[in-house]
Design a binder for this molecule. Structure first.
Ligand SMILES: [Cu+2]
Length: 182
């Protein structure tokens, strides 16, 4: 199985990386511990109405996988750290559902449109109060986040760094490598 079939969201202290991810329906995402003890837990009232809420429960090693079947917007949090803003957003296909109707109650997540445009948005790529929607684009100079994959460049061959979904995430990593080598 190639890496691009299972995008990875790293769980670090105290963030999800990437904080915003766009995937296509049917994609399995792996939430993986990078440091600390965390959970990836969906807000039951911030996922598509026909989706089931996922919950990794609190783990301190390994990871948790969930397959996103239903299109829409999924907001999720870390049980121990939602009070310090450890939240994330995954857009499956097109944005939709209750998460689009109100701000996320804990922390801040990128706008769904920005997530779709960029495929994956790194944690902290914008730290302004306005969040990630304006100028949240991750630039070449940003360097890789603490949780970045030590990816090989093989996933990035199409010349389109941000093509969305799993490929987009690989593109993010591959694009950074590419920029770094320029
Ligand atoms: Cu946490």
């Amino acid at each position: 199985m190639s890496a691009q079939e299972t995008p990875v969201v790293k769980m670090g202290n105290n963030y999800f990386e990437p904080i915003g991810l766009h995937i296509e329906p049917g994609t399995t995402v792996r939430f993986e511990i990078a440091a600390g003890t965390h959970s990836a837990t969906a807000y039951e009232n911030r996922i598509p109405s026909d989706a089931s809420a996922f919950d990794s429960e609190v783990i301190s090693s390994g990871g948790f996988e969930y397959t996103f079947e239903k299109p829409g917007t999924y907001d999720y949090y870390c049980i121990p750290h939602k009070s310090v803003g450890m939240v994330g957003r995954i857009v499956v296909g097109s944005p939709g559902g209750p998460a689009e109707d109100s701000p996320i109650p804990d922390g801040d997540v990128p706008e769904s449109e920005a997530i779709i445009e960029q495929g994956a948005i790194a944690y902290g790529s914008s730290t302004d109060g306005d969040g990630y929607s304006d100028g949240g684009m991750m630039g070449p100079g940003m360097g890789s986040g603490p949780g970045m994959m030590n990816g090989r460049n093989s996933g990035w061959g199409g010349g389109l760094p941000f093509v969305g979904g799993a490929l987009g995430m690989l593109g993010l990593v591959g694009g950074l490598l590419y920029w770094a080598l320029e």
